[in-house]
Design a protein around this ligand. Structure first.
Ligand SMILES: Nc1ncnc2c1ncn2[C@@H]1O[C@H](COP(=O)(O)OP(=O)(O)O)[C@@H](O)[C@H]1O
Ligand SMILES: [Mg+2]
Length: 361
């Protein structure tokens, strides 16, 4: 049985369809990330699961029970927000046990659970402080502690790390994931940051304009994007998506030379290849002139304009421009993804060399 299941959930705000007929399931004890650009319906979906917003249509089940019309308190779910949502006039300890007090959990039990979670989230020694006397990371730990102490088993998190600086965000990412696994929590985590999704999720649900674009493991989304949107959203830098044209002997890069990238029609198609799958060669492949080198420490991102398009290449270590700017680009055939430009859909390998553009369905 799924811990959480959404069936055909739609949410309309007047004329705006924020969430458009979404169905999804979350296994018990798993870490599921709702990923997508701003405004795609992530928060609305999460708030409907929590019961803070009401779905326009569809059903939501928790542990096999239909909770669609139940109020938040009856759903036994904890929530962590980007804004922390702490009470400024209450101490750390009082903030953490607030919900238990409301639910009239006896004081000795509250105290015992408080000591335990304070330890788990690393807030020992800080429980008498007010939120204003804490750093951003510590405040988010208070919010986490408040979610954990409820012992609900299901925790919903809406961009909980967005207010933290990059280093702390990375540390907290690792901590939250470890905590989730240690406590066996079921987590739905909302973020617009693909790196966060890739590093934390068992399953990623990629949303776009209120609908589900693709569902998969992080490796699945990275390795087998089904659409141009998924290909462009996962990875930094993302996959090169190069428009093609028909050359004399097969598909060529639009605006580039007659170098054949595969035997088959190119017009209306887009070639996807990740920067890390491209190698530089002295004598074979697509001839380009490198125009920029962005050194990142472990590797360098090179820019190679072809017509109006720029192909990016990731090479290990430091690559200095000037020594050798004219190079050939090569990539293994299995690293290539072909998409139909009009529909944005991936073309199956067996159809690439034929005249069929896109899925015939
Ligand atoms: N309370 C609301 N009233 C009207 N429109 C809303 C409301 N909340 C969200 N929306 C709209 O619904 C869409 C999805 O919003 P949201 O779920 O907050 O996106 P995300 O969290 O992915 O950034 C957006 O177009 C947003 O403007
Ligand atoms: Mg949001």
């Amino acid at each position: 049985m799924s811990a959480i299941e959404l069936k055909n959930i739609t949410k309309k705000w007047g004329d705006v369809t924020a969430v458009d007929n979404i169905s999804l399931s979350v296994d018990e004890g798993s870490f599921v990330v709702l990923l997508g650009p701003s405004g795609c319906g992530k928060s609305t979906t999460l708030r409907m699961i929590a019961g803070l917003d009401t779905a326009s249509s569809g059903t939501i089940s928790i542990a096999g029970k239909d909770v669609t019309s139940l109020p938040p308190a009856a759903r036994k779910i904890s929530m962590v927000f980007q804004s922390y949502a702490l009470f400024p006039h209450l101490s750390v300890a009082e903030n953490i046990i607030f919900g238990l007090k409301v639910r009239k959990v006896p004081a000795p039990i509250r105290q015992k659970r408080l000591e335990k979670v304070v330890d788990i989230v690393g807030l020992a020694g800080l429980t008498d402080r007010k939120p204003s006397q804490l750093s951003g990371g510590q405040r988010q730990r208070v919010a986490l502690a408040r979610a954990i102490i409820a012992e609900n088993g299901i925790c919903l998190m809406d961009e909980p790390l967005s207010n933290l600086d990059a280093k702390l965000r990375h540390d907290m990412r690792v901590e939250i994931r470890a905590l989730q696994q240690r406590l066996g929590m079921t987590v739905i985590y909302v973020t617009h940051d693909q790196a966060e999704a890739m590093s934390m999720a068992d399953k990623v649900i990629l949303l776009r304009d209120g609908h589900i674009e693709q569902v998969g493991t992080p490796e699945g989304l990275y390795g087998k994007p089904e659409t141009l949107f998924t290909a462009s959203f996962i990875g930094t830098p993302p996959m090169n998506l190069v428009e093609l044209a028909n050359g004399p002997e097969g598909a060529v890069v639009l605006g580039g030379s007659d170098h054949v990238v595969f035997k088959g029609p190119g017009e209306g198609r887009v070639l996807g290849v990740r920067p890390e799958d491209i190698s530089l060669s002295d004598d074979s492949g697509l001839l380009v002139e490198l125009t920029a080198a962005d050194y990142l420490g472990a590797d360098t991102i090179l820019n190679a304009p072809v017509g109006n398009q720029i192909i990016q290449i990731r090479v290990p270590g430091r690559y200095r421009l000037g020594e050798k700017n004219r190079v050939h680009l090569t990539w293994p055939q299995e690293a290539v993804h072909i998409f139909e430009k009009a529909s944005g859909k991936k073309i199956e390998n067996s159809n690439i060399t034929t005249g069929k553009v896109g899925n015939a369905a």
